[in-house]
Write a protein of this length. Structure first.
Length: 397
């Protein structure tokens, strides 16, 4: 347990909850979850399944219509998947990643994470006995080929990539994916590709699945789910796609842990994948609009450097000019303005001058909250400014 830190996001949430209890106005930009309701056709499918008594255990791998619907979705992208052997349905993408880590990572393995990266990867890797290795990205959170190559060790067993990325909004190109795949072949390691933000890409960018680069699933496990694309965070429904051996091992873990993803939720998942898809595009367009508002507001703030996220629903501006560590800065901003964000250090020690803000928040909250933040930063004690480069290195976590 000593190796599992408390969630940095939830810590901020807790401080904010105390302020709210004292009657303070708080602007929430810390927890990344869609603020849209789950589309009605999906809700109706679950209600109907419940009414029909679909409430028992189902196969650990997932119900066949959902496995088929998942395979079909990838077939439409030209990727052939056998629903009976290559897919497992899980209670959320998080559980798919957790079981994937247990199935693949052994004690003493090194696991690279393209960073900044979602903090749960680190915990899952350690839990499986591996050592997480941060592989920082380059300018604008693009892949840095040299840093990646230098991070491979004789113990490298796996790399975890996440595109579109939480927290940076960075998106890997097909050439990036090919480069990662070639390196994985040369040094014989596995690729976990977390594609949970797949549908949330902007500016006409096309997201590429790692399965398009490794269609035989020789060394790729793709993780995906319903939380972000269909606004279904609380339903807990995700899946993984990989080769028969890896998926079989994950099925055995699932049989002995959660047993299966919730039966009637899986029926709702079939409706999500096969029913009307217009809500996905509607939500995507709305996120893109909010991203533009948030990014423009950050760009107009003093001494804040903000690149344009290409996907997901976060911006990850750099506040190095303010000369404070991210946790200290995030807590001070929260206390003084009621604006809640997540300190960059939870996404990797190289990001201790960044803060993450989600734009999965209503437009008026974004506009008002960031206006308050902008005014505050304009009069932030300037004596501290410019000290960032002299901060001692952030201790390893
Ligand atoms: C990068 C990433 N992967 C996975 C998840 C978890 O998704 P799920 O709700 O399907 O467990 C999240 C949720 O925040 C995430 O940001």
């Amino acid at each position: 347990m000593q190796r599992i830190p408390a969630s940095g996001t939830l810590r901020m949430f807790d401080i904010a909850a105390k302020l709210e209890a004292q009657g303070r106005k708080v602007y929430h930009f810390e927890v990344g979850q869609p603020d849209f309701p789950t589309p009605q056709n999906i809700v109706n499918a679950a209600i109907e399944a419940l009414k029909q008594g679909f409430t028992r255990y189902v196969p650990a791998r997932g119900i066949p219509p959902l496995l088929e619907a998942i395979a079909d979705r990838y077939r439409k992208k030209g990727i052939e998947i056998d629903p009976a052997t290559n897919v497992i349905v899980t209670p959320g993408a998080k559980m798919a990643l957790f079981m994937g880590a247990l199935a693949v990572i052994d004690i003493g393995d090194d696991v690279m994470m393209l960073s900044p990266s979602w903090p749960s990867y680190r915990v899952m890797i350690r839990n499986a006995g591996g050592s997480p290795i941060d592989v920082p990205t380059g300018p604008d959170f693009t892949l840095d080929e040299e840093v990646l190559k230098q991070s491979v060790t004789s113990d490298t067993r796996c790399i975890i990539i996440n595109s579109p990325n939480n927290p940076s909004g960075g998106v890997l190109t097909k050439d990036d994916l090919k480069l990662i795949y070639d390196l994985a072949c040369d040094y014989d390691f596995v690729i976990f590709s977390d594609e949970i933000y797949e549908t949330l890409v902007y500016d006409g960018f096309k997201q590429t699945s790692m399965l398009e680069v490794d269609p035989e699933m020789e060394r790729t496990l793709v993780i995906n789910g319903f939380s972000k694309a269909y606004a279904m965070t609380g339903w807990r429904l995700g899946y993984a796609i990989g080769n028969e051996e890896t998926v079989d091992n994950m099925v055995r873990i699932q049989q002995n842990t959660t047993s299966c993803a919730t039966s009637f939720v899986q029926v709702a998942g079939v409706e999500a994948l096969t029913g009307d898809q217009s809500s996905i595009e509607r939500m995507r367009r709305e996120y893109e609009r909010r991203r533009n508002i948030m990014r423009n507001m950050f760009c107009s703030m003093d001494d804040v450097s903000c690149s344009t996220p290409k996907g997901a629903f976060y911006v990850f501006p750099d506040f190095s000019a303010y000369g404070m560590r991210s946790t200290e800065l995030a807590e001070q901003i929260l206390k003084d303005t009621g604006v809640v964000c997540t300190p960059g250090v939870v996404f990797g020690r190289d990001y201790d001058t960044h803060l993450r803000f989600t734009y999965a928040a209503a437009t008026d909250v974004i506009e008002e909250g960031l206006a308050v933040l902008g005014d505050y930063l304009a009069s932030f004690p300037r004596s501290k400014a410019g000290h960032a480069k002299r901060l001692p290195p952030t201790p390893a976590r």
